[in-house]
Ligand binder design. Structure first.
Ligand code: CP
Ligand code: NVA
Length: 306
C-alpha cells in the first residue's frame, strides 16, 4: 500500500519541512526550465469531482515538468457516473496508474479510493480538508517571511476544509493560528483537538474567537477563503448573511502587524470575504501564493512518489 496524503496529519513536522525544501529546490529548477526526471515513467491520474482552476492545473503542470504523465479523469466520463462503485474504480485505476490526485465531495471517497487502489492518493480538496493548499501556503509564508515557527496566521471566515488543513499544518510547523468564524461555522472539534495536541508539542498556540478584530490584532498573516464553498450553493443566502463582517478589508488590515501579508486560497469574491483594494494592495501575496501551488505540488509529488 503506497503512502497517501489524505489529511494534513499524514505528515510529521519533519516531513513538512522536507517538502518545503524540495519545493524550494524544484522551484529554482522549474524557473530555469531545467529538464527534470523525478517522475519519469510515472502516470498520475487527476480525478476531480468538482471544478478547479489552480489545483488541477498546478498538479498537471508539476507532473509534466517533473517528467511524468498526467491523465485527467472527469467523473462524468467514467462509469462512476453510471453507478460503478468507487471500490471497483479504485481497484482498476490502481493497476493502470502510479498515483491519483483526487478532488471529492465526501472525504470518505479519498479514503476508500486509497484503500482499494493501493496507490498513492493525494487529496486535492474534500469537504473535510485541503492539505496540499495548506502545505503550499506555508511554503509561501516561509519564502516571504524567512520563517514560519512563532509567526501568527489569522484566518477569518468559514471553519471548514481550508481552515482545517491550515490548523493542522500550522500546528505541525509551530506557527500560531487565530481563527475568527461566525457562530455555527467554527472548525470541527475533533480537528481542533488534533491541532491542539500537535501544537502542544511544537509550541504553537491556537485560538478560536468570534471577533475578527480581536483575532487580527498583531497577526503576521491575514488569510481568508470563500464564504460559500463548492457544493453549498443552496445555502448561499444564509451564508452571506452569517458571514457579514467577516471580511478582510483595510480596517482589519490596519489592526494586524504593520508587516502583515494577506493571503487567499482563491477563487476570491471581491466585496464579500475580501475587498478589492486589499487583494490588489501592496500587502497582498495572493498571486505569489497561487504560483506556489505548482512549486508546492512539485515538492509534494517528489516527496510522496520519488
Ligand atoms: N485554491 C484552490 O484549490 O483553487 P481551485 O479550486 O481553483 O483548485
Ligand atoms: N472552501 C472552498 C475552497 C476552494 C478552494 C471550497 O471548498 O469550495
Amino acid at each position: 500500500m503506497a503512502r497517501s496524503f489524505l489529511t494534513a496529519t499524514d505528515l510529521s513536522s519533519e516531513d513538512l519541512f522536507a517538502i518545503f525544501e524540495r519545493a524550494r529546490i524544484l522551484k529554482e529548477s522549474i524557473k530555469e526550465r531545467k529538464t527534470l526526471d523525478v517522475l519519469r515513467n510515472r502516470v498520475i491520474g487527476i480525478l476531480f469531482e468538482k471544478p478547479s482552476t489552480r489545483t488541477r492545473t498546478s498538479f498537471e503542470s508539476a507532473i509534466l515538468r517533473l517528467g511524468g504523465a498526467a491523465i485527467y479523469l472527469a467523473p462524468n466520463d467514467l462509469q462512476i457516473k453510471r453507478g460503478e462503485p468507487i471500490e471497483d474504480t479504485g481497484r482498476m485505476l490502481g493497476s493502470y496508474l502510479d498515483a491519483v490526485v483526487a478532488r471529492v465531495y465526501d472525504h470518505q471517497t479519498v479514503q476508500d479510493f486509497s484503500r482499494y487502489s493501493g496507490i498513492a492518493v493525494i487529496n486535492g480538496l474534500s469537504n473535510l480538508e485541503h492539505p496540499t493548499q495548506a502545505v503550499c501556503d506555508l511554503f509561501t509564508i516561509l519564502e516571504t517571511k524567512g520563517e514560519v515557527k512563532g509567526l501568527t496566521l489569522t484566518y477569518i471566515g468559514d471553519g471548514n476544509n481550508v481552515c482545517h488543513s491550515l490548523l493542522l499544518i500550522c500546528a505541525l510547523a509551530g506557527m500560531n493560528m487565530n481563527v475568527a468564524c461566525p457562530v455555527g461555522y467554527s472548525p470541527r472539534p475533533d480537528i481542533l483537538d488534533e491541532a491542539n495536541e500537535i501544537a502542544e508539542k511544537t509550541g504553537a498556540k491556537i485560538e478560536v474567537l468570534d471577533d475578527p478584530k480581536e483575532a487580527a490584532e498583531g497577526a503576521d498573516i491575514l488569510y481568508t477563503d470563500v464564504w460559500v464553498s463548492m457544493g453549498e450553493e443552496g445555502e448561499e443566502e444564509t451564508k452571506l448573511n452569517a458571514f457579514e463582517g467577516y471580511q478582510i478589508n483595510a480596517d482589519l488590515l490596519s489592526i494586524a502587524s504593520k508587516d502583515a501579508r494577506v493571503m487567499h486560497c482563491l477563487p476570491a469574491h471581491r466585496g464579500q470575504e475580501i475587498t478589492s483594494d486589499v487583494i490588489e494592495g501592496p500587502q497582498s501575496i495572493v498571486w505569489q501564493q497561487a504560483e506556489n501551488k505548482m512549486h508546492g505540488a512539485a515538492g509534494i509529488l517528489d516527496y510522496f512518489l520519488s
